[in-house]
Every structure is written in C-alpha cells, then in structure tokens.
Design a protein around this ligand. Sequence first.
Ligand SMILES: Cc1ncc(COP(=O)(O)O)c(C=O)c1O
Length: 408
Amino acid sequence: MAKSQDPNEQTFLARVEILNQRIQQAKKQDLYPYMHTSDAVEGVHVTVHGRPMLQFASYSYLDLLGHPKINAAAKAAIDEFGTGTHGVRFLAGTTRVHVELEKKIAAFKKTETAVAVASGYGANFGTISSLIGRHDVVISDKINHASIVDGCILSRAQFVRYEHNDMAALERALGEAPRNGVKLVVADAVFSMDGDIVNLPEVTRLCRKFKALLMIDEAHSLGVIGKKGTGIEEHFGIDPKEGLIDIKMGTLSKTIPSIGGYIAGRAKLINYLRHSIRPFIFSAPIPPPSAAAAKAAFEVIEDEPWRVEKLHKNADYFLRTLRSRGFDTLKSQTAIVPIVIGNEAKALEMTRLARNEGIFIVPILPPAVQPNTTRIRATVTAGHSLQEIDRAINTFEKISKSLAILRS
Ligand SMILES: Cc1ncc(COP(=O)(O)O)c(C=O)c1O
C-alpha cells in the first residue's frame, strides 16, 4: 500500500495491513476459521469444501432449514409475486404475504401487532434509534448483541451498560437515570455468546418500579425456550397479556429459516415504529418468498411440537455431558454452548482439528469476548441424534486432551 505523510492515515493503513497479515498468516497455517463454503446442506449434515461434516455451529435450532412445507411456501410465493418487490414497504413494496407474516408473528408472540423489517440487525438499530433521542437514557446489558449497541449509539441518548445479567447493577443504573426523559432497558433473551437467559422476572419488576420501557431481543430464544418454543415469557410462565415487555424483537434468520427481523407489541407503539424505523422506510423489504417461508415456519413450529421437545432434550444432554467431562460451559442453559478455551491459538487449533474430524464448530475470539473467555461456540439443534452429539463430545474431549485444555 502507498506510504502516506498523514499520521491518521498511516495509522489507518497500518490497521489494514496488520489485519491482512493476520488473515494471511492464519490461512497459511490452515487456521483461518471463517467463511468456509458449504457445497451442500441437508439438516445438520453439510459438505464443506467437499468434506462431509456434522454442523455444530448452526442457528437453525429446530432444524427447519429445508423443511418441505417451508420450501413449498417460498416457491409458491415466487410464482405469485416474483423474487422481489416494487421497492420499499412504505411505498409500493408491501404484498399480501408481508401482511400475513406480520399477523402470524403477532399471533405467535401474543401481541396486538407486529412489523417485519428486512434484517434483525435493522430491526434492532432502527427501533432503538427511532424510539429514543438525546434527552433519554438507554440501559443495556454489557454483552447485548452489536445491533443493539449500534442502535444505542445512533440514538444519541445517554448510553449506560450494566454488568451482564447483574440485577443490582441494573437497579443502580435505573436509579441514577435522570427523572426526565424516557428510560429504555434493552437485553437479549438468550445471550448469543454465553447461552444464558436474561433474568426476566427481575428485569420486568425493575422496569415497572422505575417506569422504564423494556425491549427484549428474542433472536436466540424464539423456538428455543418455552415448552412450545414461543420464547422468553413462556419460559418464565409470564402471561404475555400482562404486557411486561413493551417491545419484543426477534429475527427470522435463525430458528425461522429465512431472512428478516420483527418488532411486536402494542398497536400504537408498533404503528409509530412502522412510520419511523429507518431501515423499514428507507430500505427494501423481505422478498416475498422469504416472507412466505417465515410465515410457514411459524406454522410448522406449532404443528410439530416434537421439535422443541427434542431441542430441549438435546441441549440438556449436550450441556450435562460436556460438564461431566470437565468442560467449562459458563452458565449456558440453552442450545448455545460456549466451551471456554481461554487461549486464541488453542481455540483456532481445536477448530481446525475438530473440522478435520468432521465436526464443524466456530471459535469466538477477542474482541467479541474477553481474552480469558476465548471459546469454541457449539450449538445443538433438534436435528442432531444423541449418537451425533456423543461423537462431537468425544471429538472435543480427545482434541482438548491433546492440546492440554483438559487434563489427560
Ligand atoms: C442477539 C441477536 N440479535 C440480532 C441479530 C441480528 O439478526 P439478523 O442476522 O437477522 O440481522 C443477531 C444475529 O446474529 C443476534 O444474535
């Protein structure tokens, strides 16, 4: 890259250079773990660069990716509406399928209404940044997803982060917030890096006490927790009619094998958001086949309750067995299972060796997590058999012993 006289530009160029060198070095050593290309996908059985593997890094928690009813709904929508829309939803891009999808989401989440946005990322940052402004306060769990963080920054509200799931810290933050202005508390329902669950009963109690609005991101709880897979309220036995969560956000790209995000809640609030979320107003919508696929996926969750049951059994077995073999899986209670390695080089090597043995996992490295919690993140789905889970655990154990992550 050309040399520059400007120190700021030099720093920028050095950053670009350093990252490129890191990537090249990792690729040379066969340790680059990202963006590996799947040639074929059949449930948890994938072919990556021609090699058959068991997928343990999937967000398709209920194994709905490729479900025949969902595929058929997408194909029918292509025949009816084509592959895109006549532009943004707000102007000419709303089809019947979008409206039906939003009705289905509202029914599933037991809210008055819902709005669907083209990505979960846009749903989060668009909602937070349009809901609050410079005279308000947003209070966010320290390990909330990046799309929440970006929304908080963009909103220009006072941005307070509390220690992860620490209810005393949340109470302090609420108590210290200025009396005037809106207070918004935001948290993931299931935390995407740690797999643990927000303390919803306490968060809702505090929000009521301090008259704060509450927004919960259900990206990793929809289809995953609650007996019927309806998410965080069902998990805690809270009646949605109580309306304790003002803004229920979720994605259509994980359990729901499509693309998009939604915001569900009371009609007046959602109507306000429908007219103010910038990624909704100024960006193209979910394509009709994807909207139809998403709606069909909600129906499949209701029609095939065995999937949620099997996911719960698999997650429980996976966690219990890993812990019994000595792995540190933090406080995970769900299908997202962190396996703490605490060392970047070993996490990369474990990923490489596991993939060589046909188990596809991903490493989570700093700055995404604290260096001492550098980890492998493994996810289990309703599509895994117990034998497949055992195979993964045995592989992890063998590799961890060879790398001195576990004692032999
Ligand atoms: C907790 C959480 N929220 C929001 C998102 C964004 O969702 P999407 O990928 O649908 O844009 C993600 C995606 O990884 C997530 O994990």
